[in-house]
Structures are given as structure tokens and as C-alpha cells.
Design a protein around this ligand. Structure first.
Ligand SMILES: NC(=O)N[C@H]1NC(=O)NC1=O
Ligand SMILES: [Zn+2]
Ligand SMILES: [Zn+2]
Length: 500
């Protein structure tokens, strides 16, 4: 009797280690089906891993959702019997993309996009984190209460991590307490418009509102993102055929961007060292004008203003000359400009004068694109692109000689910094295991056979094109959330990101 008990006791350590092994191999996330692989401790191997210092051949060791180590060469393969290895051969292993400018329209306009469709599309495109804009959802995210509606809507419905910008609008701009509550609740920063936003409950701000917003943001060291276009008071006649893209282009000239940026620079002086808003940071979204507007930003940067700027793949891929009459898929604001401007945008990006890229994925219900009428002046302005930004940037950028490191800088490192995400945006030990595996050389047609997860693929300007750069796998915090062929993890385990 006694010896039986003793023998049982002796078995306890064995039992304990078996239980530990089970938990090591089969993580909580698998048991809740957050991942398409069942283990939590594994190695992802390839001959092209993009680390901050070099492109190496080796493996990334992932454990508990984080990058545990990065090992170069082949030595790590010794004892592979005890290791779970996914070998991607020659494919590129890179940090997942971070899209700081997406409109997912959830809650309130989920017939336009929505968290499930948008984040499925993001995962399929190699995006592991996106920061959702405070407008096009309803109500707009302009208070602590409305931010809570966002996080509630995101719960259990996001396949990648999602953070939130709050809105700076006239109603809250002079109310520091309201802004502080929004920031305390976790908004990663604020966003405002200097022209009508197209959304009734998101009115535009002027430079006084922006000055107030910056002074509150300074305390939190979080950025203000601004849509920089100012519409002159005396509007010119909108003469011309509304189906012709050139009519739309003329209705929104580069001078709108210049006017807004000039005005912004009167307040960004405060962000310089010793200024009244030191610690704040102004980020200009979707710059389209690569001429005077860009020059103004360069000068402000060299004077010490804390200012960054993004552009979007559609300004780098398309030019006004190519847009066909009535094809309102291409309507966005600011507008896609001439081909020479596009070349100048590429040059600015290559020179580091444009800091980063974002999608400005801004879809709508298809009927708002007015495809039958083809009226550029009346159709919804917004490009639908989220799933395609990696292959688009690569396909068009290859002609300009872009490198994998530049891709990572524009799509992961700089965006992580803007959004205050210290543990994201690079393949380094200790970071979240947010990873995209892709084949830059593989071409594909964006036709009806291609698995597209956007709610309305037909409104995307990219449909029908041929691109290079196929996503094989996307990992978010170590969960394999997407696998080539259109497969997602069964359960949405992305995390809402709130600033602390
Ligand atoms: N409201 C909204 O999403 N507007 C966006 N669409 C676009 O083309 N530019 C924008 O700022
Ligand atoms: Zn905008
Ligand atoms: Zn936008």
C-alpha cells in the first residue's frame, strides 16, 4: 500500500513535465484556434530574413508570441528532432507591415468595410498591425465614450492587431479635459482635417484648433495626424466634363496642399526643442504634391520642427494621365497627380524626405462610387487597397531600385515609431512575432480567381492588374493567422492596441 503511494509520488514529476510539454507545444491560442499551426515554440527558417542590420540566412525562434532569438547559418538545425521548424526556403521573412492609416468603418458603416473583412484582408496582405482612423465609422471616434464603442466592436472580430487614432474636431479642440480623457482611454494620437472630411460628424479644424490639440498631445508625446488640404474661400467654377479625371484634378490643385502645409508650419514651430508644444509631433497624411508642399516640409524639418510625412501607394503607382473617363475607383483626396509628380514622389521617398507609407484604405459602399454615372465630382473619394499595398509598393518600386530594407523602413519601422509601438516593426529579439513571409519574385493577376477579402473588391483600383510579390504566411504574435491560398485562422485573436 505504502510503496504504491510512493511509486505514484515518484511519477508526479514525470506527469508534471508532460503537462508542461503539452502547454509548451499546444498553446492556449491553438486550443482556441487563433493559429493555423498548433505549436507555440517553433522556428521559421529562410535564406532571406530581413533583420535591421542585414539580410541573413537562418531562423527566427518564436516562443510565447515573441521573437526569442534570431539564429544565423545552419547550426540551429542540430537536434531538429526536438524542434518545430517551418522552412520557407528562399522566401523573404520580414516584419509584418504596420498600416497607420486605414478606415475600417466599424461600428456604424460596416456595409462599407468592417473589422472582420478589413483585418482578414490585412492579414492576407502581410499587414500585422493597423491603426484605424477615427472617421467613416459612426459615430466618429472623438471622445472616450466613442473610443469604447470602437474597442467593443473590435473584440473577437479582428485578425490582426488594431490601434485607434482619436479625432480632433472643433467640438473637443478647446476642451483639454475631453481630449485628455480620449488619450487616457488609449487613443494612440489624434487626427484632424483642414478641409471638409466628407463625414458630417467629423467637421474640419483650423490652425487654432490644431495648436490646442498639439499642446495637449505634447504631454502624452503622441502625434497629431493631419489631412492637409485647404479649400480657398472663393471657389473657381467647376467647369468641365465631370466624367473626365482632369476636371476633378483641376478642382483640387496642389495649391490646396500648399496652403494647408503653410498654415500648419505656423504651429509646428511650437514642437521644436524648448517650444510650447515640445514633445508633440505633427504627421502629414497622404502627401500627393511632390513639389512646393514637399519643399515646405523639408525646410520645416531642417529647422527642427517635429514633423513627418507619409504618402500612399496609389500616388506612387498611378498618374492622372492614365485614369479613364468615369473610372471613379481612382478618385481620392488629395487627387492622384501627373506622371512627373509621381516620379518626384518616388525620388523624395528614396531620399528619405517622405518618411513612410500608408494605405489610406478608404472604401465605401459600391453604389457611392457612382459607376454608372462616372461623375468624378460626386462619387465617394477613397481608394480601396488594404490587401495589396505590399505587392503594389514592391512592383512599382522595383523599377526605382528599392531594397527590402527600404520596404521595412517605410512599412514597419517608421510606422511603429509613429504609433508608439516599441515592440513592433522589426525582427529583433524580444519583439512581438509579427511577421510576413512572402515571395517578391512571384507574379500574380488580381483577377476573380485571386482570393480577395476586402468587403467590396470591385471598387479597388488595383483589380485587373498584374503584381509581383506573393504573401505566403502572416504571423501575428506568433499565431499563423494567414496562409497562402486564402486560408485564415478560424478564430480572430488580434488585439486592440490602447496607449498606456
Ligand atoms: N473620409 C475619408 O475617408 N476621406 C479620405 N478619402 C480620401 O480619398 N482621402 C481622404 O481623406
Ligand atoms: Zn485624408
Ligand atoms: Zn484617410
Amino acid at each position: 500500500m505504502k510503496s504504491g503511494k510512493l511509486r505514484l509520488l515518484a511519477l508526479l514529476p514525470v506527469l508534471a513535465s508532460l503537462i508542461l510539454l503539452y502547454f509548451d507545444i499546444f498553446p492556449q491560442s491553438y486550443r482556441t484556434r487563433c493559429s493555423l499551426i498548433e505549436y507555440r515554440h517553433y522556428w521559421i527558417a529562410s535564406k532571406r530574413i530581413v533583420t535591421p542590420s542585414a539580410i541573413i540566412s537562418g531562423a527566427v525562434e518564436v516562443k510565447g508570441g515573441k521573437i526569442k532569438s534570431i539564429v544565423e547559418g545552419d547550426d540551429w538545425r542540430a537536434n531538429t528532432w526536438s524542434k518545430q521548424v517551418i522552412d520557407y526556403g528562399e522566401a523573404v521573412i520580414m516584419p509584418g507591415l504596420i498600416d497607420v492609416h486605414t478606415h475600417l468603418d466599424d461600428p456604424g458603416r460596416t456595409e462599407w468595410e468592417g473589422f472582420p473583412s478589413g483585418t482578414r484582408a490585412a492579414a492576407a496582405g502581410g499587414i500585422t498591425t493597423l491603426i484605424d482612423m477615427p472617421l467613416n465609422n459612426f459615430p466618429s471616434t472623438v471622445s472616450e465614450e466613442t473610443l469604447k464603442l470602437k474597442t467593443k466592436a473590435a473584440q473577437g472580430r479582428i485578425f490582426v492587431d488594431v490601434g485607434f487614432w482619436g479625432g480632433l474636431v472643433p467640438e473637443n479642440a478647446f476642451n483639454a479635459t475631453a481630449l485628455e480623457r480620449l488619450l487616457e482611454a488609449g487613443a494612440l494620437g489624434l487626427k484632424s482635417f483642414m478641409c471638409p472630411s466628407g463625414i458630417n460628424d467629423f467637421p474640419m479644424t483650423n490652425s487654432s484648433h490644431i495648436k490646442e490639440g498639439l499642446s495637449v498631445l505634447a504631454k502624452y508625446k503622441r502625434p497629431l495626424l493631419v489631412h492637409a488640404e485647404i479649400q480657398p474661400e472663393a471657389e473657381d467654377d467647376l467647369a468641365g466634363n465631370p466624367r473626365s479625371y482632369s476636371t476633378y484634378l483641376k478642382s483640387r490643385p496642389a495649391s490646396w496642399e500648399q496652403a494647408a502645409i503653410k498654415e500648419l508650419l505656423t504651429v509646428t514651430k511650437d514642437t521644436r526643442a524648448g517650444g510650447s508644444s515640445e514633445g508633440a509631433h505633427l504627421h502629414i497624411v497622404h502627401l500627393a504634391d511632390a513639389r512646393s508642399s514637399l519643399q515646405l516640409i523639408k525646410e520645416a524639418k531642417s529647422s527642427g520642427d517635429r514633423i513627418t510625412v507619409e504618402t500612399c501607394p496609389h500616388y506612387l503607382a498611378f498618374s492622372a494621365e492614365e485614369i479613364q473617363d468615369g473610372d471613379t475607383r481612382f478618385k481620392c483626396a488629395p487627387p492622384i497627380r501627373d506622371a512627373d509628380n509621381k516620379e518626384k514622389l518616388w525620388a523624395a521617398l528614396m531620399d528619405g524626405d517622405i518618411d513612410m507609407l500608408s494605405s489610406d484604405h478608404s472604401p465605401s459602399a459600391p453604389q457611392l462610387k457612382l459607376f454608372n454615372e462616372g461623375n468624378f465630382l460626386k462619387a465617394w473619394g477613397g481608394i480601396s487597397s488594404l490587401q495589396f499595398v505590399l505587392p503594389v509598393t514592391w512592383s512599382y518600386g522595383r523599377k526605382h531600385g528599392i531594397s527590402l530594407h527600404q520596404l521595412v523602413s517605410w512599412w514597419s519601422e517608421k510606422p511603429a515609431k509613429l504609433a508608439g509601438q516599441d515592440l513592433k516593426g522589426a525582427i529583433v529579439t524580444g519583439n512581438h512575432a509579427d511577421i510576413v513571409v512572402w515571395e517578391p519574385e512571384v507574379e500574380f493577376e488580381l483577377d476573380d480567381n485571386h482570393p480577395v477579402f476586402l468587403k467590396h473588391p470591385n471598387i479597388s483600383a488595383y483589380m485587373g492588374s498584374k503584381l509581383s510579390g506573393k504573401v505566403l504566411a502572416t504571423f501575428v504574435s506568433g499565431n499563423l493567422v494567414y496562409q497562402e491560398g486564402g486560408k485564415h485562422a478560424p478564430v480572430a485573436c488580434g488585439v486592440p492596441i490602447l496607449a498606456k
